[in-house]
Write a protein that binds this ligand. Sequence first.
Ligand code: BDR
Ligand code: CA
Length: 317
Amino acid sequence: MRRIIIDADTGIDDSIAILYALTSENLHVEGITTCFGNSGAGQSAENSIRLIKLSACGYDVPVVMGAECSLEGEYQSAPKHIHGENGIGNVELPESEQKPLDMAAEDFIIKKADELDGELILVTTGRLTNLAKALMKEPKLPCKIKKVVSMGGCLDTHGNVTPYAEANIYGDPRAADMVLRAGFNMILVGLDVTTKTFITAKELSDLDAYCAEKNRPMADYMQKALKHYFGFHSLTEGMTGCCFVHDPLAVLIAEDASLGEYKMLSLGAEYKSEDFRGMLLRDGRYQSTITHHEVAVCTRVDPARAIRRLFGAFQGK
Ligand code: BDR
Ligand code: CA
């Protein structure tokens, strides 16, 4: 059993990642911390709380609200054209009585890392702001966390905010730079692989046909939210009846790293230049200060296996 915290800006793909993690028999979700991004940190916490209720996972999952702005104090408006007014494709999920814990996300991460004594895996599906703040408070954190798996960045493919930058790194590049250089045992799952993995209308109809009865509420939600997400992909990428798989891939890889192939690289993130903001700096080539620490960059995944595993969880197999 892998014990994970998901640090999310709970939008549509984050929500699928969260539901998968709550359903998988191999994962125990120790908590969800939230960050600004697809919606505000407060809306992301509310979405996460409602998703926990929807999952009926059978155990308590604390939710903690995190950063509302980047380390530099920038507030960014939510991309409503992608994730809808409420971050989850305008789907109204039933309310829950659960409330976010009254503590800072970075304190929750540090506390759990100590409690779990080297067993904690942190999966980030949004900006790296909460983790950078935790690192500033507890510089020994890289030795206390088993692994960090982050959806973010692009190396050999173009970005989705600028030609050079992916949204999670672009949103707080200084936090990303700090985390990438900190010495975490880290896997980066970026656009190089997430834009080669697709959910299609076929998966949605199979989900509808084969999902276990207890998972029906989750399946119904995913149908609606993903249809909204398909709409965005159709408008911006000209993709018909499908979408990329960003955040769920990070959770799948945290659960089973054999889904991917990796290249070890010494990385940073550009945060000084406006033009190249959020670009990954690699191999000492673009790096102003050479760091010797390397992170594992996912360069290839087996998309069919990843998708089978993702939707297999809801079939109750
Ligand atoms: C990332 O940006 C967000 O919109 C998605 O949730 C994902 O985490 C993809 O670039
Ligand atoms: Ca996300």
